[in-house]
Design a protein around this ligand. Structure first.
Ligand SMILES: Cc1ncc(C[n+]2csc(CCOP(=O)(O)OP(=O)(O)O)c2C)c(N)n1
Ligand SMILES: [Mg+2]
Length: 265
């Protein structure tokens, strides 16, 4: 576990450096989902991008691309030097995940579409008798998109128990608090009504994430699973936490130094 916490800390520092150097990007929602990605890539998934029968991960909240790139760099699928060229013409990494990047299963960024595609991937695995899982991460604001509920309905209809969704429930979207913009509560009840099995956990706790995924996989009841992950947007940097201003704004010089100092303490 120490090792995973160390990885999570390095991932956070990389996210901040990427957005700082790019002078753009989405630090808030990248920082909130670090533990989910670290748990998935380092403990849960059977991940080999070169193999057809692999577990897959879809970052449906595509604006959190810095978190994904940082994790893929920890696994050496992306060279660290490439991270510092995020969103630049001379670099390979776009602001949102693009299919030509090794490790990216599908281009995302238009909210809701990645989730919909992940339902298709899980259905494809069923039809091809491939016994692997599809994991997908949605934002809570993303769940305000109509396509999410059409996909949720389809996943239950096709009994996709090989689909495990995470909702990054950080209570903020681009314009403010989710319950002010378009209320989502009770989101757990909504998924239950769509015939999903629902778990609710602390989404910044790696142990809990791993335990819950194992529990979800052991329920052989032909229903898709969703883990509502209560998280903190901007997690790890005091002045970014719960602060919607850092949804799509990078730290300036001073804020960057302060943020790294905090993470190193
Ligand atoms: C279809 C679509 N509409 C609008 C946007 C613009 N947009 C980008 S991020 C975002 C807010 C997302 O909030 P949430 O899903 O809660 O993300 P998180 O808090 O995890 O960063 C919006 C509206 C988009 N990318 N796609
Ligand atoms: Mg959110």
């Amino acid at each position: 576990m120490d090792n995973l916490l160390e990885i999570a800390k390095r991932v956070r520092k990389k996210i901040l450096k990427m957005c700082y150097l790019a002078k753009s990007g989405h630090p808030g929602g990248s920082l909130s989902c670090v533990e989910i990605l670290v748990a998935l890539y380092f403990k849960i998934m059977d991940y080999h991008p070169e193999k057809k029968d692999r577990d897959r991960f879809v970052l449906s909240k595509g604006h959190a691309a810095p978190a994904l790139y940082a994790v893929l760099s920890e696994l050496e699928y992306i060279e660290e030097e490439e991270l510092w060229k995020l969103r630049r013409l001379e670099g390979k990494l776009q602001g949102h995940p693009s299919i030509e990047t090794v490790g990216v299963e599908i281009s995302t960024g238009s909210l809701g579409q990645g989730f919909s595609a992940s339902v298709g991937m899980a259905l494809g695995y069923k039809l091809d008798n491939i016994n692997k899982y599809v994991y997908v991460l949605l934002g809570d604001g993303e769940c305000q998109e109509g396509i999410v509920w059409e996909a949720a309905m389809a996943a239950a209809h096709y009994k996709l128990d090989n689909l495990i969704a995470f909702v990054d429930r950080n209570w903020l979207q681009i314009d403010g608090h989710t319950e002010d913009v378009m209320s989502l509560e009770k989101i757990a009840e909504k998924f239950r009504a769509f015939n999903w099995d629902v778990f609710e956990i602390d989404g910044n706790n790696i142990d809990e994430i791993i335990k819950t995924v194992n529990q979800a996989k052991n329920m052989k009841n032909r229903r898709p699973k969703v883990i509502i992950c209560y998280t903190v947007k901007g997690r790890g940097v005091s002045f970014m936490e719960h602060n919607v201003a850092f949804h799509g704004k990078p730290p300036n010089d001073e804020q960057y130094k302060e943020a790294i100092k905090e993470l190193e303490q």
